[in-house]
Design a protein around this ligand. Structure first.
Ligand SMILES: Nc1ncnc2c1ncn2[C@@H]1O[C@H](COP(=O)(O)OP(=O)(O)OP(=O)(O)O)[C@@H](O)[C@H]1O
Ligand SMILES: [Mg+2]
Length: 355
């Protein structure tokens, strides 16, 4: 692996390529446009570019353009003078000026409103701008790193993003691949996050192996590294130690594993997917609550199978006779004919009852 300052973990060829791009572009002052799905690590890449550049000792300033209401964004970026608008009780410098000598990270650049895009284009070209309400031109020596998870080319076609600004930003494009395109990074990332959350919690959860690791490798991670990071955080908090078990991973990850293996076995339900009910102050009748929970799942199984008790009992991993007995106890079938008493709940396919 290349040695340079970076918090980015990974060993896939895709991430290695990103490392070498970062090294190459860090030394220049050109504008960088980082694209990639949400949670792929765009901000981390931007930071690594700054930290490996000649500007590393200068300020690192971040602006999330989608988090700031559009009417405030101009003042945030360029500053304002006293009296420029209601509430402007004193002069305030903006992020462009704050970042002088360093780098300015414009996150979610696709959300900058059209009227501000003109001003942004000018500052990218000349490094000059005026604070809101001021005539004085300010110059700031800033390297711009922008990021977006929307398709800016499409936004240009739809006329919501200026073409000239797009080309001015896209001098050096860096595409951060989705995690599903670099699955070989998954084990290293899991190890990294387990170590981090063990350190934070004092727990001793160990690296998953076998089926659990296979399940993580077969899942597509639509939320990318952020989704993986959040999952590991939750696992480490819920477990004090030991290896993560197959029954503890979320349903959607297990399902992709079962599908990849060609198995149709039902997924174990992870512990945190059971309903969480607070014990009332005065306590409760456990037997009643448990049987209400059971009836709820039995009714769902019958509804889903249109009242077919064979299929419903399979869904519930239960003997058919046990299911029949439970229904009989609830008065839902008569002992003699095995007919259902409550047609509404089971659905219209009454012929299946008794099968
Ligand atoms: N290669 C990596 N190694 C370690 N951690 C990573 C890596 N890539 C991303 N992360 C972590 O994943 C999380 C998401 O990363 P980041 O915020 O940079 O993504 P993003 O692409 O900016 O997402 P969004 O589009 O939602 O803003 C962060 O907590 C970050 O620290
Ligand atoms: Mg981000």
């Amino acid at each position: 692996m290349l040695t340079f300052k970076s918090p980015l973990v990974g060993e896939s060829s895709a991430i290695q390529e990103i490392f070498s791009t970062i090294q190459k572009i860090a030394q220049s002052d050109s504008t960088v446009l980082i694209t990639g799905e949400s949670g792929t690590g765009k901000e981390l890449v931007a930071r690594a570019i700054h930290e490996n550049s000649a500007r590393a000792a200068g300020p690192w300033v971040v602006v999330n353009c989608s988090a700031i209401p559009s009417e405030l964004l101009e003042a945030e970026l360029f500053g304002y003078v006293k009296g420029a608008f209601t509430g402007a009780t004193q002069n305030r410098i903006g992020r462009f000026e704050l970042a002088n000598g360093g780098s300015l990270f414009l996150d979610e650049i696709g959300d900058v409103p059209l009227h501000l895009q003109v001003k942004l284009l000018r500052v990218l070209q000349t490094k000059q701008f005026e604070a809101v309400g001021s005539n004085k031109t300010v110059t700031s020596d800033v390297r711009i790193i922008a990021a977006t998870n929307v398709n800016l080319e499409m936004a240009v076609k739809n006329r919501t993003f200026r073409e000239d600004l797009f080309y001015r930003l896209n001098v050096i494009p860096v595409r951060v691949p989705a995690l599903r395109e670099r699955k070989t990074d998954i084990p290293m990332l899991i190890e990294h996050f387990i170590a981090r959350f063990n350190r934070l919690t004092g727990h001793t959860v160990s690296m998953p192996t076998g089926d659990v690791l296979d399940a993580c490798m077969s899942y597509d991670w639509p939320g990318n590294i952020r989704e993986l990071e959040n999952l590991i955080e939750r696992m480490v908090i819920l477990k004090n130690g030991g290896a993560i078990e197959l029954s503890e991973i979320p349903q959607q990850i297990f399902s992709s594993f079962a599908a990849a293996k060609g198995s149709d076995s039902a997924a174990p339900v992870a512990e945190w997917e059971y309903p969480r009910m607070m014990l009332p102050i005065d306590g409760l009748d456990l037997k009643n609550v448990v049987s209400a929970f059971e009836n709820h799942l039995v009714d769902q199984a019958l509804a889903r199978t249109h009242g077919n008790k064979n299929k419903a009992s399979e869904l519930l991993k239960m003997n058919r006779t046990t299911l029949v007995e439970k229904l009989r106890k609830r008065g839902m079938i008569t002992p003699a004919k095995h007919k259902i008493a409550n047609g509404n709940m089971i659905g219209s396919d009454m012929n299946n009852i008794g099968e």
